[in-house]
Design a protein around this ligand. Structure first.
Ligand SMILES: *Cc1c(COP(=O)(O)O)cnc(C)c1O
Length: 394
């Protein structure tokens, strides 16, 4: 009986998925730093360009190392096709541009990563695409926002920075009833804990910069979906606009995928402990963590996520207290990245969400006292001591 990778467990998919060896039989995936490819004859070039013969043509369209990364991530996600991009933002931008044209309408959850919000609020209108923002936890709001020209829905779940969770299956049904496609930014959940395509989404996007690298090295992104949509909406767009992932980054990210499950599980164990410690501290007004039963959407989380992830948000009441907390940390870094082996904490109102107008921050509940922490792989005792000491100082 021949092994079928589709039957493999997650861990096996991450280590062996997409493996394509050269005749040398290398164990570690080969890094093909090559822009273009040579053909045996003029006829072979003709057939390669026509699509009659398989094979690579140019790095902007595809590369053997990038292909292994794409096939491995597709296997993990349960997607027919994955296309890698140079960054998470390149993935979000292309995911929307491929589905929308002038005169179309987008509905988007209002709690979005800052740059995603810029694309939706500033860039899309230049090309005649209007957007209605909704409270992503309110299904009636999604329904009410639909117009005859609505072509896409965009949601981040859990959302940055306050970890609001959206019922992906229910929103997918509303999108499909309206003839629109649902795009889910799955960065916070990671492909380990949430599978939006299986829940009904049409397109999943990642910033591979976060947990997939997880070691602070390179940028990357990915768009995943069914073969038909990926071809129709994205094949030509990606080929001709050029947001391709560098093969070097593909290679680094392939190595990241091998340990993704291990890292994310350990980070999540650490985050569970730290979230409980934060929630129990007298200086903290409110703690939000997807792995705690007091998360506002705990019932939805139980339905669609298999782990709480590594990000915690907590409210210390004022900007001064939040800054005192950050400044008292000795192990955890003050940094706006997330998903890294190194724990980091940030003050969203003055960093990641500073360009969001105050009234919009109020709308999503982001007052000045909130801190967002991405829990890493340090020893839980050291992390707990550092966080407790900083909370005392807040
Ligand atoms: C970081 C992030 C992005 C952007 O990814 P880059 O790789 O930094 O371009 C998009 N969405 C979410 C939710 C993110 O956290």
């Amino acid at each position: 009986m021949t092994e079928n990778p589709q039957d493999w467990e997650v861990e096996t998919r991450l280590v062996r998925g997409g493996m394509a060896r050269t005749p040398y039989g290398e164990i570690s995936e080969a890094l093909f730093l090559t822009q273009s490819f040579a053909y045996d004859s003029a006829g072979a070039a003709d057939r390669r360009f026509s699509g009659e013969d398989p094979g690579f043509i140019y790095q902007r369209f595809g590369n053997p190392t990038t292909q292994i990364f794409e096939d491995r991530l597709a296997l993990l996600e349960g997607a027919e096709v994955c296309r890698a991009t140079a960054s998470g933002m390149a993935a979000v931008q292309a995911a929307l541009m491929g589905l929308l044209r002038a005169g179309d309408h987008l509905v988007a959850g209002r709690a979005l990563f800052g740059s995603c919000r810029w694309i939706v609020s500033e860039l899309l209108p230049r090309f005649g695409v209007e957007t209605t923002y909704v409270d992503a936890t309110d299904l009636d709001a999604w329904k009410a926002a639909v117009r005859p020209n609505t072509k896409a829905f965009l949601v981040e779940s859990p959302a940055n920075p306050l970890l609001e969770v959206t019922a992906i299956g229910a929103v997918a049904e509303i999108a499909h009833a309206a003839g629109a496609k649902l795009v889910v930014d799955n960065v916070f959940a990671t492909p380990i804990f949430q599978k939006p395509l299986a829940l009904g989404a049409d397109v999943v996007v990642y910033s591979a910069t976060k947990h997939i690298d997880g070691q602070g090295r390179v940028l990357g992104g990915a768009i995943l979906g069914g073969a038909e949509l990926m071809t129709e909406a994205y094949k030509d767009l990606l080929r001709h606009t050029g947001p391709a992932m560098s093969p070097f980054n593909s290679w680094v990210l392939l190595k990241g995928l091998e340990t993704l499950e291990l890292r994310v599980r350990r980070q999540t164990e650490n985050a569970g402990r730290i979230a409980d410690l934060i929630a129990a501290h007298s200086k903290v007004n409110r703690t939000i963590y997807c792995g705690r039963p007091d998360h506002p959407q705990a019932a939805i989380i139980a339905n669609q996520m298999t782990g709480g992830g590594n990000v915690i948000a907590f409210d210390l009441g004022s900007r001064e207290a939040a800054w005192r907390f950050l400044d008292a940390l000795q192990i955890v870094d003050i940094s706006n990245n997330l998903g890294d082996a190194k724990s980091m904490a940030t003050h969203p109102s003055t960093t990641t969400h500073r360009s969001m107008p105050e009234e919009q921050r109020q709308e999503i509940g982001l007052t000045q006292g909130w801190v967002r922490m991405s829990v890493g792989l340090e020893g839980p005792g050291d992390l707990g001591r550092d966080v407790n000491r900083a909370l005392d100082a807040a």
